[in-house]
Design a protein around this ligand. Structure first.
Ligand code: SAH
Length: 395
């Protein structure tokens, strides 16, 4: 900037033409390269304008992240206490209307609830919150206060340990924000009860995004079932009443212990939990005689960034190819990817190439995604991360 240029106004951001077009196309993330002027404190709410000075709305700002702005409004609505309260209340009301058959669910799903970089999960009477950018982190006390006002929880935990916080220059930390959060909370998903550890469990305790798919899988499950990448038995425990036997595999010893404990607590005697690397286990099964009527594949995200996509594709193909070979004719494969960088078309292609390599006719019965409490914001492909296909081995 030349010495004669007017000093930028505090808490204002000016965008390039490309940045302004992106806002108008509905994407909430504006990258540093699309911001020409920014004068703001860490995490402050800024007024966003195009190069001609026309207002585009208000955004959360970041001094560190490549995602410099996260749009909150597209008009002059002030971002004050009433604004945050209304957005949180709207997200909660959406979940109430969904009437999910569960006491554990996501109440706020960031961008898709127009609250970018904010996650709020409910585990019975406990809330687990993640403020994943400087913007939401700077407002965390207000957010917790409003959640307490709206929901009267027993406790609120800030589960701010995801690595993505380091991109914002924020520490990875877990802290009690309100009331009491026990080491174990009992929740129910459909007929299945789980003991969840909100302090240490993966994600915020459970993979809530698969809740509705657990119920769908149970509808197809029969005979001998395999739940690969089971975590605490989300699919296995739900399928158990419908099958003769279900084998749940996970690489985490803690997860396997939790599956066994959860199965025992509700008298599900046909659940076998085994600590194993799924890649190795599938290979061993192929060499042996055991075949399955129902298989679930729900691996962790193999592609955490774009560069990892080619390797991820070969990983997904490997497990899907082997699973198809292990499936009895007429059996179902429920297969998932939670890599945002592997889109639905790519995932379909991977499955097709696995089926042709295996020379097995495969029918697509359902195409599903993350549960409805984790909605997708149209125009923001990053929010459509979980793809879940139900396939039948036709012959
Ligand atoms: N299906 C679960 C969620 C699975 S998350 C549910 O619906 O709740 C992915 C799981 O895969 C994690 O529990 C992780 O411990 C496990 N995992 C990661 N790599 C693995 C591997 N190579 N073999 C077995 N399990 C693995």
């Amino acid at each position: 900037m030349s010495a004669s240029a007017p000093a930028p106004r505090p808490n204002t951001a000016v965008l390039t033409r490309k940045g302004a077009d992106r806002v108008r196309a509905g994407h909430p993330w504006i990258y540093r390269s699309d911001v020409t002027d920014l004068e703001a404190d860490r995490g402050a709410v800024v007024e966003v304008r195009d190069g001609r000075g026309a207002p585009l709305g208000r955004a959360l700002s970041s001094t560190e992240s490549q995602i410099t702005l996260r749009m909150l409004t597209r008009d002059a609505t002030p971002v004050d206490r009433a604004f945050w309260r209304a957005r949180l209340a709207a997200a909660i009301a959406v979940r109430e209307r969904l009437a999910l058959d569960a006491t554990a669910l996501r109440l706020v799903h960031g961008e898709a609830d127009l609250l970018p970089s904010l996650i709020v999960d409910r585990y019975d009477d406990v809330l687990v919150v993640q403020t994943l950018s400087q913007g939401t982190d700077a407002h965390r006390e207000l957010i917790v206060e409003l959640l307490v006002e709206l929901l009267q929880p027993r406790g609120v935990l800030l589960r701010n340990d995801p690595k993505v916080r380091t991109l914002e220059g924020l520490p990875q930390e877990v802290a009690l924000a309100y009331g009491e959060v026990p080491a174990q909370v009992e929740v129910r998903e459909g007929p299945v009860r789980y003991l969840v550890d909100p302090w240490h469990g993966q994600k915020t305790g459970l993979f809530l995004d698969q809740g509705e798919n657990h119920a769908v899988a149970a509808g197809y499950a029969r005979g001998r079932a395999l739940d690969a990448f089971s975590y605490q038995g989300g699919f296995a425990l739900r399928m158990a009443p419908h099958v003769d036997h279900v084998l749940a595999l996970d690489a985490s010893a803690d997860a396997v212990a939790a599956i066994a404990a959860n199965a025992a607590r509700q008298g599900l005697g046909n659940v076998e939990a085994r600590e194993a690397n799924v890649f190795d286990a599938l290979r061993e099964f192929e060499r042996g005689e055991e075949r399955f009527d129902t298989i679930v594949l729900d691996p962790p995200a193999f592609a955490k960034h774009k560069g990892a996509v080619p390797k991820a594709i070969s990983g997904y193909k490997d497990i899907n190819l082997r699973a198809l070979r292990l499936l009895k004719p007429g059996g179902h494969l429920i297969t998932c990817t939670c890599s945002a960088h592997v889109d639905e078309g790519m995932f379909g292609g991977i499955i097709y190439s696995a089926a042709t390599d295996a020379q097995i006719p495969v029918v697509v019965v359902e195409k599903r995604m993350q549960g409805r409490d984790h909605p997708v914001l149209l125009g923001v492909p990053e929010t459509y991360y979980l793809k879940c296909f139900v396939l039948r081995r036709a012959g």
